[in-house]
Every structure is written in C-alpha cells, then in structure tokens.
Design a protein around this ligand. Structure first.
Ligand code: GLA
Length: 444
C-alpha cells in the first residue's frame, strides 16, 4: 500500500502528471451554495431555498444580470446534497431526480448560456459529509469522466469518511483522472483541511502540482468569530501558507459570508479586505436575490477585487500586531503597487493609528494611496512622513498604494501612476469628485 502511494506521488510530481491546464491563474470567483443554503432538501416547504436546480438557476440569473459576472464572479457551484442516494445501474453518480429533474447537463447548459461556469461537489471517501454517495478509489475515474461528460468546469473534492492513506492516493488520482478527460476542470482539494493544514502532514509543493486550490482549515460559519478564527489561523501560519500560493495554486480560507446575518458592515469590509490580501477565492455564499445594497457595494468593489485578482499572484502577509490591537497586512502587487490593510481588533471606538510607510518597510520616496472603501485618493505621501488612519472597531482601512509619478524608483513605464488596477477599471483621480481627492494633509 505504502509503495503504491509512493508510486502515485512520483507519477504526479513528474511534469506529465501535473495538473497544469492553465486554469485559475488568479483565484476563482463565484458563488457556492454551502454556507448559506447547507443541506436544505425540503423543496416542499422551502422551494426557493432548497438545494435544487431552481436555486442554481436563480443564482446564475443574478450573477449574469446584476453585474457579478462582468466583475469576474463566474462560477456557480453546487455543494453537498445534490445527488441521489444511490448510483445508477452503471455505477455513475446521478442528481436527485426530484430536485434536479433536468439533471446536471441541463443545468450546465443553462449556466454556460449565461457566460458562467458550473462547479460540482464530490467527496473522497465512502460518503460525503452529509451522507450522500462518496467517491472511493475505484470510482475516481468514472466520476471524473461523468463530470466531464456533464460539462462541469470545477470540482470541489471533499474528504469526509476517508483516512490519510486513501486521501494520499485519492487526491492525486483524481487530479490525473480529471486531466485524462481532456476537459479543463478546475480542481479544489479539501485534503489539507483533513490532515491539520500544515507541514509535515501537508506537502504544499505536491498540492501545488495536483490541485488549483485547496481548503486548509475549518469551515466558515455565519459569524465574526468564525471569520476571526480563520484569519488568525491563516496569518499565524503564514510562513508555511504564503509561499504555497501563486498563479494556479491558491490557499482557500473558505467562502465569503458577506450579505448574510453574522457580520456588521465594518466586519464585512474586513472579510473582503483580508480575503484580498490572502489572494483567496472570492466565492460568495449568500442569497444574491435579496442582497442589501451595502453588501453588494462591498462585494462589487472593483479595487478590492482587482487587488485580490492581481496577476502577480503573490499572497500577502501580516506585517504587525500592536499592543493596542491594531494589525497591519500587506500584499505586493504588479507594477510596483501594493495593498495595505489596517485592521482594528478593538471593541471600543474608532482608533487613530500612527505609523509611516517607511516603518512598514516601504522604500524611501513618494507614494499615492487610493482608499478602497471611501474612494479617496491620498497624494504626496512620503515614505518617511508620519501618517495616521482612523480604524473602526473590527473594521479596516484598506489602501491601494503606488509610487507617485515623479518618484525616481517608479515603475519604468511612464504610466507608473496608472498601474494595473487603474488601467483595468479606468480609474483616475480626474474621474473622482473634487472633494473625494483628499490631500495628504488630511492623513498626516
Ligand atoms: C465539509 C466542507 C464544507 C461543505 C460540507 C458539505 O464540511 O468543508 O465546505 O462542503 O462538507 O457537507
């Protein structure tokens, strides 16, 4: 058994076995059913919220019609509880016939017709976490082929009801089986979450070769406590996790719960900001049919999205935690830009935090910063000068920082002050209202 496992691993580590199909060069974006809709299969009493083709069609409509798709939110993802309790006579998984009368292929067509992609869920083990048929080692090939035949674009491969040896075999085998179908299918592995999420139990170089994205840690729940617990775990372990990420291989701190019941407005901004720093998948699990305008504005914030989706694909880090419970996070971005997040863990009142870009490790010179959630542009920020920001309790101030035009170390292009984010979304100070363009004086 162990020899077989070693053989599989070697095969997978060789270039021919690598899942390098050019997918997910930036973190995936979309919508997933689980956190908000769980395993609600009561279509009789709860027809609009139960796990059924109606729910996924509704969400596809919203993604396509309400601007989400055009911002990059392209995956509609089915989670657990979609299948029938039994496989068909040929041993294939099949959708529950009463909740998905058209079957998955028809749903895939519906989703594709709207310019979106379809994700599905399976489980490496005897049963899914909710007790539906699992994918044991002998079923891996047939399930991969079934998903490809159905024109599925993304597989979340969970790990309930299996042990470490089966997982060590099964996750690489599924990667090869997906590759062998010839259909480009993004592959999300829950493997690390089942073995503690850290080396030596988790080999992140191996994972980067076989999966595009992986869940490292516990499930998110609809509460700020849960978000905080996840944030703490990811940044406490950043020395292991941060180097594992890059284009085509992402850590996944789990779904965005913005728009549900558990987060205040400030906490929702904090989740968005920290998920952008983490280069995390932006996979919402909420009800897009009834989303508040506040939640929509956060989730559709173009600069937060473009920071998350930056093509350099370098995950960010926590730079410091102060005694006054202020934390600073930083992520390097393409074209000499960077993102800074000032986060307050306090529970009293807005806190004035003083620092300077130089203290945060920036090279000498002049910078500008775009405040992601207020839309203000701060000019004339010299690295050496003291700056101060006012951070709400459990909230953030998030900056997109770039070298000022005149700076000697600016990006070689003359357009140094209009790096990726600005070009992509055609942002320029000229487009901002005059009173949104604050001078540096207001932050000093
Ligand atoms: C596990 C996963 C969750 C979700 C459920 C479904 O707990 O981590 O994201 O898929 O199973 O049962």
């Amino acid at each position: 058994m162990v020899l077989l496992a070693v053989g599989v691993l070697l095969a997978v580590l060789s270039p021919a076995g690598a899942l390098d199909n050019g997918l997910l060069r930036t973190p995936p974006m979309g919508w997933m059913a689980w956190e908000r809709f769980r395993c609600d299969i009561d279509c009789k009493d709860d027809p609009t919220n139960c796990i059924s083709e109606t729910l996924f069609r509704d969400m596809a409509d919203r993604l396509a019609e309400d601007g989400w798709r055009d911002l990059g939110y392209e995956y509609v993802m089915i989670d657990d509880c979609w299948s029938s309790m039994t496989r068909d006579k040929d041993g294939r998984l099949q959708a529950d016939p009463s909740r998905f009368p058209g079957g998955i292929p028809k749903l895939a067509r519906y989703v594709h017709d709207r310019g979106l992609k379809l994700g599905i869920y399976a489980d490496m083990g005897t049963r899914t976490c909710m007790g539906y048929p699992g994918t044991t080692i002998d079923k891996i090939k047939i399930d991969a082929q079934t998903f490809a035949n159905w024109s599925v674009d993304y597989l979340k491969f969970d790990g309930c009801n299996s042990g470490p040896i089966e997982q060590m075999l099964g996750y690489p085998l599924m990667s090869m089986a997906l590759n062998a179908t010839g259909r480009p299918i993004a592959y999300s592995c829950s493997w690390p979450a089942y073995v503690g999420g850290l080396p030596p139990n988790v080999n992140y170089s191996l994972l980067g070769n076989i999966c595009h994205v992986w869940r490292n840690y516990d499930d998110i729940q609809d509460s700020w406590d849960s978000v905080q617990g996840i944030v703490d775990w990811f940044f406490t372990n950043q020395d292991y996790l941060q180097p594992a990420a890059g284009p085509g291989r992402w850590n996944d701190p789990d779904m965005l719960i913005i728009g549900n019941f558990g987060l205040s407005l400030d906490q929702a901004r904090s989740q968005m900001a920290l998920w952008a720093i983490l280069a995390a998948p932006l996979i919402m699990s909420n009800d897009l049919r009834t989303l508040s305008n506040d939640a929509r504005a956060i989730l559709q914030n173009k600069v937060a999205i473009s920071i998350n989706q930056d093509p350099l694909g370098v995950q960010g880090r926590r730079l410091l935690q102060t005694k006054s419970r202020i934390e600073v996070y930083w992520r390097p971005l393409s074209e000499s830009a960077s993102a800074l997040v000032f986060h307050s863990r306090r529970q009293d009142m807005p806190y004035i935090f003083r620092t300077s870009l130089a203290l945060l490790g920036y090279e000498a010179g002049n910078y500008e910063a775009y405040d992601v959630f207020t839309g203000r542009t701060l000019t004339g920020l010299s690295a050496a000068a003291e700056l101060s920001v006012s951070i709400n309790p459990s909230g953030v101030v998030m900056w997109y920082v770039y070298p000022a035009k005149q700076q000697r170390h600016a990006h070689p292009q003359e357009t140094g002050r209009y790096p990726y984010t600005r070009r992509k979304y055609r942002m320029s100070p000229l487009h901002l209202h005059k009173d949104q363009v604050a001078s540096a004086a207001t932050v000093l």
